[in-house]
Design a protein around this ligand. Sequence first.
Ligand SMILES: Nc1ncnc2c1ncn2[C@@H]1O[C@H](COP(=O)(O)OP(=O)(O)OP(=O)(O)O)[C@@H](O)[C@H]1O
Ligand SMILES: [Zn+2]
Length: 670
Amino acid sequence: MTLSSRWPSVATSSQLKEKMRNAKVLCVGAGGIGCELLKTLVLTGFEDITVIDMDTIETSNLNRQFLFRKHHVGTSKARVAADAVRVFRPNANITVYQGNVKESRFDKTFFGGFALVLNGLDNVEARRHVNRLCLSAGVPLIESGTEGYLGQVTVHYRLKNEAGEMQYATECFECAPKQSRTKTYPVCTIRNTPDKPIHCIVWAKELLFARLFGRPDVMTDLDEAAAKEEGADANGDAADGHNATAFLRGPDEPAEAYARRIFCRVFDEDIVKVLSMEELWEAREKPKPLQLARCLGDGGSADQNGALQGAHQAATGESACKALGITGAYRIWSLAECAKVLIESIRQYLEGRPAEVGEAVFDKEDDLAVEFVTAAANLRAANYNIPQQSLFVTKGMAGNIIHAIATTNAVVGGLIVVEAMKLLASKPENSRATFILKHVTNPKAKRLLNAIAPGEPSPKCAACGTARLELLIDTSKTCLDDLVNKVLKKSLSLVEPTVRTDAGFEYEEGEGLDEDEVAVNKAKLPLPLDQQAGGGLKHSTVMYVEDQVQEFHVQVEICHKNDWDEEQDPEGFRIGGSVPQAAAKAVDTAGSSDAASPSAGIQSDDDDDLVIINGPAAKEGHEDDDVVSIGEPEVSQAAVVGTLPQAEGNLSKRSADGDIDGPRKRQRGA
Ligand SMILES: Nc1ncnc2c1ncn2[C@@H]1O[C@H](COP(=O)(O)OP(=O)(O)OP(=O)(O)O)[C@@H](O)[C@H]1O
Ligand SMILES: [Zn+2]
């Protein structure tokens, strides 16, 4: 049934209302956007809603995820959100799943049961996964993302006419390569020549925290450097790949003595060593070693046994600042405070959370972890004469936090519902991709929302087109494990990849394999690519890569390349063709240079994908420009989350007089 009136007059028709009541919609994500979306959906008249979210509510969600209250902390987001909106519309039928949308129960058949899929996610892997399932199930997807004041809603579908012919088709989520804002930091800058606060924070979080509290079998660059020295001291050989003993705690070593030894090692002795690499300092300011006793000041900071004053209590593992009586998240700590917090946080970890040591992963919600990183980063900043940061700012930078704006989420939630209504009203020609770019577009335009026609499908798209990807990789040094985990799962967002070649190589994952098959596949993982069965995965080998859950197929041609430059390509591979940008990371974390400024250089971690509009580079002083056409936004750091199509391509569809073309209407039979 199509509605005869034009959009938007049709929006209030009783026919559309009925369609909204009956339409089965799937909301993926019940976080910042998801809460707004659910609320607006039920208030608009949608009554058959399914919600998936894998997470539980955290205290830090409460400021913007308004369906949640303090007493809900620790409980399922999807369930609480559903219960809350049921109050607004008691006859709504809301089905809840607390789970990861990548689970195999949410397969093509599951997706095929919905009229529309509405995403309120926060990471690109899940978005790609949902995109692929929507493509294979033939269900329209409305995508969204926000980042501070910025946001966007995009619409993706292939709609057939009654004769089964493709009538309207937009680009899919993966058609336009997204430029990842994941920042990579050359390891040598982080290790030897930091010159920004973020370099010190990355070092504290990715190297020191990981080394002291993380998995001991995972080497960090601290080990590599230290082990090289140890190996060289002992027998002149390079490191053999084992962790440096310098960071191991002696069997009877008291926690605080260990903490002090670590301090001396990393902020004093290591700096002395790096100073001896004279070529590094020809054009740079030399770093200064820090002596612990001097940092602590008059010696009165420690008692006769060397224990810090104020830290005599048994360690609870909760907070070093609390134990030391140090307050002030927004001020910069003195050097003495940093030294004390560093030593006390190590003691708190070792004595208060012994079970976690060797397993810990940095978590921005963990006070002790943030205190440790703040103290360590600031001490390192003092070594290198780099400005220090408050705990609040460090937390933002280490946790890749862009402070979310509830209103942006509300606007985006509302726009998703508007686009959903257009599709239900069978008005795909009225679909719009809408961008909230207020502070980066021409202020004279005074336009908060910029709506453009959805982009066209790209034949080169790996998800919906027929692209063959090219993988540049060192086939003799890379093992299959890295190909599977770093290339296929991480870069291409596959969940359970299968790889086959014409010459008979096979690798499979996923349900349905028996124990023997799993073991056979696992045994292949440590071997280099060129030593795999079927003559190896070598230069010119074409791999047929598949993910059955996603119904994703792509051909990947291998190009052997050795001599990778670690700084330029820290991952040691590159993927060409129409592929979503790999989240290549040297030391894969990031942060903003100013946590108070939401659009500052925040980068993605595993949870947040940030992409940049590939518009023309921002000109200096663009605010003075008389004309900044809406078709050419002046965007450099307009970071939005998720679904942003390439602005140039899309925006150019707006004609000079401001008309917007609808989505591509296919010729009959095309
Ligand atoms: N693979 C997935 N399956 C199911 N839900 C997911 C998946 N990935 C992300 N989500 C959910 O998407 C929601 C995104 O919401 P939002 O961006 O507000 O993040 P958040 O985790 O609530 O907040 P923040 O990251 O700012 O602390 C989260 O509730 C998260 O649990
Ligand atoms: Zn596509």
